[in-house]
Design a protein around this ligand. Structure first.
Ligand SMILES: [Zn+2]
Length: 174
């Protein structure tokens, strides 16, 4: 399973009429916007999707997953995260069609006959990214130690400040 690369572009209406399936993988690199939210663009996205016509409307159902690296909010090192989504999309071409869409379907506005599959997948996967990611066990990043080190640097006397002090002394009325 998932040994076949997914097509770069799809024609949703045509595929739905043919009851087409999209089962395979895509390098994370191709999902530019999703990769931009990750620490690395190494990894892959897998999808198991089926298209069909339902009341003259092309629909897409299935699931997608991605193994990505995010920044652990505790130690600030990369952490492997698996993102999984269930997908139920209705393709629409007008606002009116969008309004008629059942609530169980998410609208996908089709502006072209052929669309990049990566765009569709990343729309789903980006929403599924966790807001914060953590390792199951790791040491917190030593913020306090870092701040203390920075503070120590700031304690070096600033020559201008010394000059100001001297000025202040001279101007100070006795
Ligand atoms: Zn961590």
């Amino acid at each position: 399973m998932f040994e076949h690369p997914l097509p770069t572009t799809i024609k949703p209406v045509k595929l739905a009429r043919q009851e087409g399936k999209l089962i395979g993988f895509m390098p994370l690199k191709q999902l530019v916007n999703l990769a931009a939210d990750c620490v690395s663009d190494q990894g892959r996205v897998e999808a198991d999707l089926a298209l069909k016509m339902e009341q003259a409307r092309p629909e897409l159902h299935g699931s997608a997953s991605a193994d990505v690296k995010l920044v652990c909010q505790r130690c600030l090192e990369p952490v492997d995260v698996r993102v999984e989504v269930k997908i139920a999309l209705g393709f629409v071409q007008t606002e009116a069609q969008m309004a008629e869409l059942p609530e169980s379907l998410e609208p996908f506005m089709l502006e072209e006959e052929e669309i990049p599959l990566a765009e569709l997948l990343e729309q789903e996967l980006i929403l599924a990214l966790p807001i914060v990611a953590y390792h199951s066990a790791c040491e917190p990043y030593p913020y306090e130690g870092k701040e203390a080190a920075e503070a120590a640097v700031d304690e070096k006397p600033n020559p201008f400040a010394v000059l100001e002090q001297l000025k202040g002394k001279t101007n100070k009325p006795d």
